[in-house]
Design a binder for this molecule. Sequence first.
Ligand SMILES: [Ca+2]
Ligand SMILES: [Ca+2]
Length: 327
Amino acid sequence: MSKVFILIFSLLILISSAQAIGERFLLWESFEDITPPSWPLGWLTEDYNGDGINWETKKYGGLGEHPQCVRYSAQATADDWFYTSALTLNAGVAYTLSFRYKVSSTSTQKMNIWFGGTQASASMTTQIYDNSALTNTIMTLVTATFTVPISGVYYIGFHCYSDANLLRLFVDDILVSYPETDLQLKVVFDEGILNSGIPTYNLSDTIESYTLLKNIGLADLNLNLRFTVGGITNNKAELSYICIDPTGDTLTFGLMVEESQLKSSDFQALAPGATAGKHYNLQTPFTFSQLGTYTLVVRYQNYHKNPDGSDAWLGRIMSNPVNFVLE
Ligand SMILES: [Ca+2]
Ligand SMILES: [Ca+2]
């Protein structure tokens, strides 16, 4: 039975590996926590062309199990905006904006995205993205990068400028992220801690992995430590285990993900220098049948706000890849 532990982990002294790759979410909005037609707190729309038609939040149209989204639908030529809540952005940081969109027919929609200092079209000074040929009828991920010239408070504006009578444009899963530098994710094995060299097991052994989140920054991080486990295709699990077998194939993660009700107590402050993690036997989800060298990578992610409304770390981070041998 694996268990969650939090500790200042002296064993980390023994661990050396490459820096993990991650991103922190500055803004994550899937529109699932609102009741349409209301908008998330601090968001705003602007009926620029004054025709009484504008972007709306809707209960349907988004992706799969998260269908609530934003929709634009007009008979007249579109010229309307919606704006995110305030974002504190720093000069010199490479931000990534991503979102998903689809159109409801084979017609072509037009949208550009800007940032500026207030929630008004006249203040939208810098374009991040423009596409005058949005044609995908299934939800499609779009990514754009941007920087700001001066550190400060900004808003991102989504502007639809489609021709008349083009039915519907849906937008969902709006994410603004930047590289994570304060959190490190490492994976080690009990055999790697106890013995030098590549951890080596027999097929009948338990293969105990330790996934360790370490705060390498200067401030507390309020982390979701529920640590539900899943495979790479599962977007609910906090921890996803990706195991590559000796032939290069990715092993099937053979468990259903059980997502317990998230509680405020699942979020805990991790102080600078402190480590949290999960101890997990890889024989539980995976079936090992071949001898040779395997590679494991673990992803930690949290898309969930703390139910009590307090600050929570949102983002995703990949561990270093680590090898182990079955002989
Ligand atoms: Ca959604
Ligand atoms: Ca309008």
